[in-house]
Design a protein around this ligand. Structure first.
Ligand code: ADP
Ligand code: MG
Length: 571
């Protein structure tokens, strides 16, 4: 076949594929245009997940009639000053969105400048532009996209169901809305108001409006800076973690991004406090000098490239860890709301105390009344121990409420933090076994243990292969003395097989330490003496991350006196 130039329409449809993958990409481009035009309010309507209709209207600058035909042409933009690709402050700049959308749908662009006289519209169908016509529009711009991909039916096959496409578009809008708290957003999907955000919010109010009050209650605020890179936002507590990473809102210079480096930094920051498979909710606004970041990597993929990725990663990991650790041990307050439901008022017919004695079942009645020093504990954040219930919980009293501690979970975290501190100082203190212990394992586990012998040694476990289906343990961490060596080794083998190969040695050792910590912790069921319990609370107060156990669950919950009083109708 001879070489020939492709017709304009074909070129446009090929280019369109880069920009317009699905309805959400159209929504993104149109809403970005509205934001670039300085809109104060943006309304989005879509039907059938955006397949049949996407309409975005704004009260921004508007487009002059003579520029409307240009706006839908390829590589026509008003946003690139002096062709400077480095200092780009607007969201769009390639001048190909409208042309691409027009190439694969029926597009109508109507606009009126506040200063000009009357509105105009232009239509584009499958890449063919019509003529400019007068139209009745309020000042601002309305872009209407009907029958998306009618011109490239192959694409239609790749669209998901209406619900999934709608969710995707809403997600795009939420992200843009989060970055522009001053702008009002209204979204109508399938004739229902799906999002309604007022004008003029602060970033905090917008985050709350988008993510909900529970997120705000269960997050810590971030404000950090390294060299000329700054980071603000909110980091969700580990106890507020999700099964999916879809509540992570990341912005670079006000632009929503989905970037591997940033996602990796977030994972690293939480590696210690969240188990695999759990993801934090968070909002991060990163500001870097524009010349140190390249946001043009891909028109639709929202990736960025930093000149100094190490600096950015370090800032994120450091800021989040510090914010989570610097908080006095704090676990989910949302849990107290959730707990609410469990404190049911008594049935009208009974007195509500079916088994009065059961409440204090398991209470380790001290032979003498609690030592007088117990009163000093009242002023501590986690209070003075009052009872041990069901051999699993400590109940303590604070000046303004009460705390219930899951002491098995809490102790596990303390042991883990102690192991990490030992390791950081002079290595994990080990205890040689008088008689090395042979642990029978399946051959796959044996080879895993052998392959990881190095990090296990760093973690204080001296272990070597002992034939194809057993290992020999010579030393264990001193803090675990008395634990079952066989159980420990089996758990570690399970953990090694579940773990990704990619993680660093440090991360792997931490994982091992975390698994070990479960074995060193006070078993639920053992009775603790009052002094031991108070000591545990005091140690929790002094230990970073102690509001969360190694598996991301809360170690304690708190009920304020006011809440208790409300429960009894005293407030
Ligand atoms: P880009 O945004 O990359 O410049 P687009 O194809 O999205 O490219 O838009 C082309 C041009 O049309 C923009 O540069 C802008 O001048 C104009 N335009 C598009 N949408 C709007 C809008 N909502 N309000 C004002 N002008 C707009
Ligand atoms: Mg644009």
């Amino acid at each position: 076949m001879p070489i020939r130039r492709l017709p304009e329409g074909t070129i446009n449809r090929i280019a369109a594929g880069e920009v317009v993958e699905r309805p959400a990409s159209v929504v993104k481009e149109l809403v970005e245009n509205a934001l670039d035009a300085g809109a104060g309010r943006i309304e989005v309507v879509f039907e059938q997940g955006g397949r049949t209709l996407i309409r975005v209207r704004d009260d921004g600058s508007g487009i002059a009639p003579d520029e409307l035909p240009l706006a839908v042409e390829r590589h026509a933009t008003s946003k690139l000053k002096d062709d400077d690709l480095v200092l780009i402050s607007t969201l769009g700049f390639r001048g190909e969105a409208l042309a691409s959308i027009g190439a694969v749908s029926r597009l109508r662009l109507a606009s009126r400048k506040a200063s000009g006289d009357g509105g105009y519209e232009i239509r584009v169908e499958g890449g063919r532009a019509g003529t400019l016509r007068p139209a009745a529009v309020p000042s601002g711009t309305e872009a209407e996209v009907r029958d998306l991909f009618f011109a490239v039916p192959a694409r239609l096959k790749f669209l998901k169901g209406e619900r999934a496409e709608t969710a995707e578009s809403l997600d795009v809008i939420r992200r843009l809305a989060m970055a522009h708290p001053k702008v009002a957003f209204a979204v109508i999907a399938a004739e229902r108001l799906a999002l309604d955000l007022p004008r003029g919010q602060t970033p905090e109010e917008r985050a709350e409006a988008v993510l909900g009050i529970e997120f705000m209650r269960n997050s810590v605020s971030l404000d950090a800076r390294r060299e000329d890179v700054s980071l603000i936002g909110f980091a969700g507590l580990p106890t507020y973690s999700r099964a999916q990473a879809n509540q992570q809102y990341l912005f670079v210079n006000g632009r929503p991004v989905r970037d591997k480096l940033l996602a990796g930094a977030v994972r690293g920051a939480y590696a210690d406090v969240l188990p695999a498979g759990r993801h934090p909710a968070l909002v991060l606004f990163l500001a870097v000098p524009p010349e140190t970041v390249d946001v043009n990597v891909h028109p639709a993929k929202a990736e960025v490239r930093f000149r100094d990725p190490g600096l950015v990663r370090g800032l994120i990991v450091g800021a989040i860890r510090q914010a989570l650790g610097a908080e006095r041990p704090r676990s989910s307050t949302g849990l107290s709301t959730r707990m609410w439901g469990t404190f049911r008022p008594p049935e009208p017919a009974s007195n509500g105390f079916a088994e009065p004695a059961a409440v204090f079942e398991g209470f380790d009645r001290p032979s003498a009344p609690p030592s007088s020093s117990a009163e000093d504990h009242l002023d501590q954040p986690l209070g003075a121990v009052r009872a041990q219930l069901h051999d699993a919980f400590i109940v303590s009293q604070t000046r303004d409420g009460m705390v219930i501690v899951d002491f098995h979970a809490a102790h596990e975290r303390l042991v883990y933090e102690r192991l990490k501190a030992e390791r950081a100082e002079k290595g994990v203190a080990v205890q040689p076994l008088l008689v090395p212990e042979v642990v029978d394992l399946d051959p796959a586990s044996v080879s895993l243990i052998e392959a990881h012998a190095q990090e296990l040694a760093v973690a204080g476990l001296a272990v070597e292969g002992f034939g194809p289906s057993a290992v020999l343990v010579r030393e264990i961490p001193a803090i675990l003395s008395g634990a079952s060596v066989a159980k420990l080794v089996k758990d570690i083998a399970d953990d090694l097989s579940a773990e990704e190969r990619a993680s660093s040695l440090n991360a792997r050792v931490d994982r091992v330490l975390s698994t070990m910590a479960c074995h060193g912790s006070v078993r639920a069921g053992r009775k603790l003496k009052p002094d031991e319990m108070n000591a545990l609370l005091r140690e929790m107060e002094a230990t970073p991350h102690s509001g969360t156990c190694n598996h991301g669950r809360p170690t304690y919950v708190e009920l304020k006196l006011a809440d208790i009083e409300r429960l009894f109708g005293r407030r």
